[in-house]
Design a protein around this ligand. Structure first.
Ligand code: ARG
Length: 295
């Protein structure tokens, strides 16, 4: 098995400097020191779970760059870099494009005239790219990306402004299992996901607001914010190792564990990763020359 690789961004310039989702309030800002401690706590758990962490350099004036899930959508050596809906985050785009370019990825154009917020809104589960639209990303962009990558796309409409990215209400754990908060989806989206994902672990209202669905998955390890005990019990009964780590400074910005990460080698739930990297082959696969662990 190749080592899981995750992109993160140290919260040196993180803060609540504008309001682009219902969680953000410029009058109740984040504690800079605590944010760094919480971020380091998450990073440590990921390293302990076996992941290699790569870091994109933080930039003053781009407080949400820490949410690397929104950097883009990685598919093998290709990446579709995000085009953010809000002007406040658009300054991240050239910086992220540059990082992917320098690390050997082929950058695919983001479909014209559409917004796309990367792995925040597009998550592989099995063979399907499940894609949230309306609040941040556009349905048409998702369809065009699916056509270009040659994968099936299941667009689902996000209907609750507090769960504005798909990764706040849906988290694939394996090709056949996912955590979800169905109240963030319309009736059609709920049916579509129920038809596509065999085992669904439902999160209640209270834990959904603790960002229980915003989990990072590394093998059998599942990491979330604290206050997700009901989810913990469900995960334990399915043989997952659940860890809860405080991320309260980031939830003030509307993000949690998953948002702070971008899986660079493909999520565990993505069939393309499993099928291109069977453990026997992966063990012998050469390491790409152009990728390094520095920024
Ligand atoms: N403040 C950020 C925004 O509103 C939070 C992003 C959270 N990212 C995520 N993948 N859900 O864009």
């Amino acid at each position: 098995m190749t080592q899981p690789r995750i992109l993160m961004c140290r919260p040196s310039y993180f803060g609540i400097e504008y309001e682009i989702n219902p969680w953000m309030n410029v009058h109740s800002g984040a504690d800079a020191v605590l944010a760094v401690q919480q971020w380091e706590g998450l990073r440590r758990l990921l390293v302990d779970a076996g992941a290699a962490i790569e870091e994109v350099t933080p930039i003053a004036g781009l407080p949400d760059l820490v949410f690397t899930a929104n950097a883009g959508l990685v598919f093998r050596e290709r990446v579709i870099v995000s085009r953010f809906r809000h002007a406040q985050r658009q300054g991240e785009e050239p910086h992220l494009r540059n990082w992917f370019h320098r690390h050997g990825y082929t950058i695919e154009a983001t479909p014209d005239g559409t917004y796309f917020e990367g792995a925040g809104d597009a998550l592989f589960c099995g063979e399907t790219l499940i894609a949230g639209y309306r609040i941040r990303s556009d349905a048409l962009g998702h369809q065009r990306i699916g056509a270009r990558l040659g994968c099936r796309v299941l667009p689902v409409e996000l209907v609750n402004d507090s769960f504005y990215h798909l990764d706040t209400c849906f988290c694939p754990l394996s090709p056949t299992t996912a955590i979800w908060y169905p109240a963030a989806l319309d009736e059609y989206g709920r049916r579509a996901i129920a038809g596509a994902v065999e085992h669904l672990i439902e999160v209640d209202d209270e834990e959904a607001r603790r960002f229980a669905c915003n989990a990072v998955v590394v093998g059998r390890n599942v990491i979330t914010n604290t206050g997700c005990d009901a989810l913990a019990a469900q995960l334990a009964s399915r043989g997952y190792i659940h860890q809860q780590t405080p991320l309260g400074e980031f939830t003030k910005a509307g993000g949690s564990a998953k948002c702070l990460t971008l899986r660079l080698d493909g999520e565990d739930a993505a069939v393309w990763r499993v099928s291109t990297m069977p453990s026997s082959v992966a063990a012998e696969a050469p390491i790409s020359e152009t990728r390094s662990t520095t920024t």
